[in-house]
Design a protein around this ligand. Structure first.
Ligand SMILES: Cc1cc2nc3c(=O)[nH]c(=O)nc-3n(C[C@H](O)[C@H](O)[C@H](O)COP(=O)(O)OP(=O)(O)OC[C@H]3O[C@@H](n4cnc5c(N)ncnc54)[C@H](O)[C@@H]3O)c2cc1C
Length: 458
């Protein structure tokens, strides 16, 4: 890499995490060192699914990326750190459901429609005509570019091969291509002792499916006037082997519904068939037979439910080697019970952008230096992602009333209130990370970078 030219960063995948990384790098690139190319397989950018939770910890990061003014109007409430209900938990697998516990967190959850989130991110890419206030890095987006291979020699650039498109090169390669990543298996194949990583190549099914849909406020008011969710920040109806969460998005005009159904006998098996399918309302309804009328009324209003097989990755323990970095779902796709997958990916973006733009990182990246930087990224990001992935599994067992404290109870059984409250309080504790400060991880990463950096530059 010559002294005067920019470091060329290729980001594969323009999902929430790939886009956020591009914005972060541009925002922090005060020395104008980087040129970013984003390669996306699809011909247009769209986010599937409806609502997404953004947490105070993540919000603090997004603010550092300059997104505050654009995102704030899209949230269900103005961001603050007031104690707020994340979910009101109710026992739902019986006709006469009842309140268990309000899960409270400082700042609660900021709820946003995924399409609004993506539109906001696109506005901040440093491209001509966008709202990006800084144009530090050069940036280009290449749609219909599906990565099929990459190769490199130690000294030369990385060559990227795309399906039906000319090859290109880069200096640093970012795999942000989601749970079905093509880059992850290629990355694992190039690690020493690659057979050790066989179990990380393909996602694993959790035995769980999620029914998802949006309900218009108007429809719900007609079907069930005065429904509790019409005037509530978020509700969770728990039951044996299934639970439903609902919360308003798009200024309260719609209610986002996610309804989980778990078959423990299928845990860690292979899902056969498409990951996402449209299903009939009758199929969705049947899963919640005998449940509280508040849940059933909502299901009746979901005009086009979809069913998602919930898959995740085994806990991969290396996200970077040399000049190739995995981030987001391609590194650590996790189950959605904590609503944290994108947040953890945004943290990856934050840490890597901080390291690459740190004042001690030279413009010309020697092999030694980039290896050191990759090891710092692994040190900071791998344990954090694994601990979140484990916590979300535990949370799922609590929400589905399948944790050990609920052993022996069948669907619809009376469960002592103290056990229900104990479970809900544990879920509340599992969300305590949401008010922690990701800057501490950044400082630790930068300290580690500085500590080994001088040696690595020799
Ligand atoms: C039901 C449910 C609820 C959730 N709720 C939340 C929540 O509330 N909060 C939260 O933080 N997270 C939540 N998540 C998790 C979150 O949706 C994901 O973690 C996040 O969207 C992953 O983003 P990503 O950019 O890593 O991957 P993706 O969004 O999958 O993006 C990957 C991109 O890469 C592209 N691509 C793939 N292969 C190639 C290739 N070979 N070449 C080029 N491009 C390629 C794809 O087309 C895609 O655009 C939830 C998940 C589910 C299933």
């Amino acid at each position: 890499m010559s002294q005067d030219r920019r470091v060329r960063v290729a980001i594969v995948g323009a999902g929430i995490v790939g886009l956020t990384f591009a914005i972060a790098l541009n925002e922090f690139d005060r020395d104008h060192k980087f040129a970013i190319d984003i390669y996306e397989a699809t011909p247009e950018l769209s986010e599937i699914g409806a609502g997404i939770n953004v947490w105070p910890r993540t919000w603090e990061i997004l603010k550092q990326f300059g997104l505050e003014d654009t995102l704030t109007p899209c949230f269900d409430h103005a961001p603050d750190l007031e104690p707020r209900i994340i979910f009101g938990v109710r026992k739902g697998d019986q006709k006469d459901g009842f309140k268990v516990h309000d899960i409270i967190g400082n700042g609660g959850a900021l709820r946003i429609h995924r399409a609004d989130f993506q539109r906001s991110l696109l506005k901040h890419l440093p491209l001509p005509g966008t709202a990006a206030t800084k144009m530090n890095s050069l940036c280009a987006v290449h749609l219909s570019h599906r990565l099929i291979n990459y190769s490199y020699t130690n000294a030369g650039p990385i060559t990227l091969n795309f399906e039906g498109k000319p090859s290109t090169t880069c200096d640093i390669l970012i795999g942000a291509d989601g749970i079905k990543s093509s880059l992850r298996p290629m990355f694992l194949n190039r690690l020493p002792n690659p057979q050790r990583y066989d179990k990380f190549r393909e996602p694993v099914w959790s035995g769980t499916v999620a029914y998802r849909g949006l309900v218009s406020r108007e429809d719900l008011e007609k079907v069930y006037p005065g429904h509790r969710i019409l005037d509530h920040p978020g509700l969770m109806y728990t039951g044996k082997s299934r639970y439903t969460v609902m919360y308003p998005v798009s200024g309260g005009n719609f209610i986002n519904v996610v309804a989980i159904v778990h078959d423990t006998s299928k845990d860690t098996t292979v899902w056969k068939g498409p990951w996402k399918t449209d299903v009939t309302q009758a199929e969705f309804f049947e899963q919640y037979t005998g449940w509280d009328e508040e849940v059933q009324a909502l299901i009746r209003c979901v005009k086009q439910p979809t069913k998602w097989a919930l898959q995740s990755l085994n806990h991969l323990d290396v996200f970077a080697k040399g000049r190739v970095f995995l981030m987001g779902d391609s590194a650590h796709a996790m189950l959605p019970h904590l609503g944290a997958g994108a947040s953890v990916g945004i943290e990856d973006a934050y840490i890597l952008a901080s390291l690459l733009t740190h004042h001690s990182t030279p413009r010309v990246l020697s092999t030694h230096y980039i290896n050191h930087l990759a090891s710092v990224y692994n040190t900071i990001r791998v344990p954090r992602a694994i601990s979140m992935a484990k916590s979300t599994i535990d949370t799922g067992y609590l929400c589905n009333l399948e944790a050990p404290i609920y052993e022996g109870y069948k669907p619809g059984d009376e469960i002592p209130m103290d056990l229900l409250v104990e479970g809900a309080r544990t879920i509340e504790r599992n969300w305590s990370w949401t008010t922690t400060n990701a800057s501490e991880d950044r400082w630790r990463a930068e300290e580690l970078l500085g500590r080994g950096g001088e040696m690595a530059m020799l």
